[in-house]
Design a protein around this ligand. Structure first.
Ligand code: SAM
Length: 228
């Protein structure tokens, strides 16, 4: 899957997306991430990307002309292709990370993982000019929860991490995504608890059934310990 990220702060993505499973997924070519600094599409000598809100009030609003230029440029680049992969067919599914969006769920993540190409727009300050959305340059607004963060970068990282886990080949067999919290296999409920060695830790034993070797009983225990 190709994901293009439009952000004013590409440096924020270092770390979460350059370690562990996500880094391995990128190395193996399962995940092809492209970062675009919105500032490079800014206007004039100072690469202005925002302006004061019409109607007054605190904070700055990210300009529609700057954002749309960035989105259209990315669309063109994707269609031209890059060194690693052939050109990405069609258009990306364009997402604006926003507290006003639809709340991200595991079912939503699974749906997003079916796309071949995503484009993520990270807002900052007061957010973006509404005309980017009303003009049809965004397909979906997604929120990662009912609270407000300083920018869309952390929500974008959350979305990328959750979606990447659904791409075949990204998780090894030790990290399977089939039966875990919110998966269809567990009825979208929360997973049962896990235990490992030692059998007793500071007076706390592992539930005896998990040591019994009785697969049917273990299965029953796990089903009984799934939480709504
Ligand atoms: N004025 C906006 C409001 O009240 O809804 C908040 C803007 S917020 C400070 C700046 C940016 O952070 C937003 O444009 C969005 O991209 C991102 N953001 C903040 N909270 C978010 C959330 N819960 N989910 C997704 N994106 C969020």
């Amino acid at each position: 899957m190709r994901i293009d990220i439009l952000t004013l702060f590409p440096g924020m993505f270092e770390g979460p997306l350059t370690e562990s499973i996500i880094d391995r997924a990128r190395g193996k070519g399962h995940l092809d991430l492209h970062f675009h600094d919105l500032r490079t599409f800014g206007l004039g000598r100072y690469h202005q990307v925002d302006d004061a809100p019409y109607g007054g009030g605190a904070g700055m609003v990210m300009r529609a002309d700057v954002i749309v230029k960035a989105i259209e440029t990315v669309l063109g680049e994707g269609n031209k292709g890059n060194k690693r992969k052939k050109r990405t067919k069609g258009k990306p599914w364009r997402i604006y990370l926003s507290p006003r969006g639809e709340r991200l769920t595991q079912a939503g993540v699974e749906k997003l993982a079916k796309h071949e190409w995503l484009l993520l727009l990270c807002g900052h300050y007061e957010g973006i000019d509404q005309r980017v959305i009303d003009g049809g340059w965004i397909d979906e607004e997604i929120s990662i929860g009912d609270y407000v963060l300083t920018g869309g970068e952390i929500p974008a990282m959350v979305l990328i991490d959750a979606v990447a886990r659904q791409i075949p080949g990204v998780l090894g067999k030790d990290e399977s995504a089939l039966e875990e919290s919110f998966s269809a296999a567990l009825g979208r409920k929360k997973e049962y608890p896990h235990y490992t060695r030692p059998e007793e830790f500071r007076g706390l034993p592992v539930p005896a059934v998990l040591l019994s070797g009785h697969h049917k009983e273990i299965e029953k225990w796990r089903k009984a310990n799934v939480r709504a």
